[in-house]
Design a binder for this molecule. Sequence first.
Ligand SMILES: *Cc1c(COP(=O)(O)O)cnc(C)c1O
Length: 368
Amino acid sequence: MTTANNANSTSNSVNTLARQLVQDIVPYASARSSMSGGAVWLNANENALAPAYQLDDCFNRYPSCQPKAVIDAYAAYAGLTPEQVLVSRGADEGIELLIRSFCEPKQDSITICPPTYGMYAISAESNQTAVTKVLLKDSERLDLPGIFATKPKLVFICSPNNPTGDLIPREDIIAVLEHFTDKALVVVDEAYIEFAPTASVVPLLSRYPHLVVLRTLSKAFGLAGLRCGFTLASADIINALKKMIAPYPIAEPVAQIAAQALSAKGIAQMQQSVAIINQLRNDFSTFVSQLPGIVKIWPSNANYVLLQVSNAADCVQALIGEGILIRNQSSQLGLTEVVRVSIGNPDEMQRLQQAMLTYFSMNKRASA
Ligand SMILES: *Cc1c(COP(=O)(O)O)cnc(C)c1O
């Protein structure tokens, strides 16, 4: 008892010693930290169909900052030169490096288009960078006049967008690129692009030196636990980010696994799992379209589906009761009573559909 009290008072004084900024930050509730228990994980857009990897058994040397095998493999996969590729601890670190490298704290801002991925705002906040929010129109078109009225250093566009699953039209992205020439970088987050590969804006990199594309091994490649992502941009941008990145960001086992994932065999396996997941997602969307009580289904180009229901918290809770975790996204600006369902393996989807059938049929009776 006494020990616990002492420990508490120590941590309280540490809390008041931290920077005011740190004291004010509300910790990010990641998909993992906000959930406990449960057998079926459909809340973090992970890939349930992941292959296995081989590792060396000796790690006495420091790793390379930018392991050549990984950079070369990703450049080949993306159709770029190695100078246009940076590897980092997930795409999340790419977001943070961009903000830390291009935004002067307390002075510059970023523009984001909610509802969208949460880390742009969180990384901006930790760099004391203002966030200007310009809502998507009809959840898929960019509000171009709204975006042009902002004066950011970075514009973040997520396509396919998390959590809606929509692709942002290429002509909208080009309009933003044209407007911000010599004024700001335009960052297109393609974390889910393998589920809709023809929509990639990577071919635009040769025309727009201020375009940045974010990629990851966490989603289609099934390696969320690896923490490995990529920033694709002109060599000048990549060189600026290299000045800010830690000396050893990529652990050697991560580099070895990433190189295997990006081999011809690894890419073929990824494409097979994408085909299966896209089919499961289409089947799931058809299934929910026939359920009573679903208000809206967003057409998805990724490995998740956003659904509007009458009571999102109740729906999430009911599925937790069946051991199934999905994610409430109702706190997103521009969305109300929505849940995001990640596509799992066939067994998991079977269990999910059974549980949803029970829940929504019962609800229908209750409200009838
Ligand atoms: C998951 C996700 C990321 C982060 O990817 P990591 O490589 O795991 O850090 C980035 N952007 C979007 C839109 C995501 O959904």
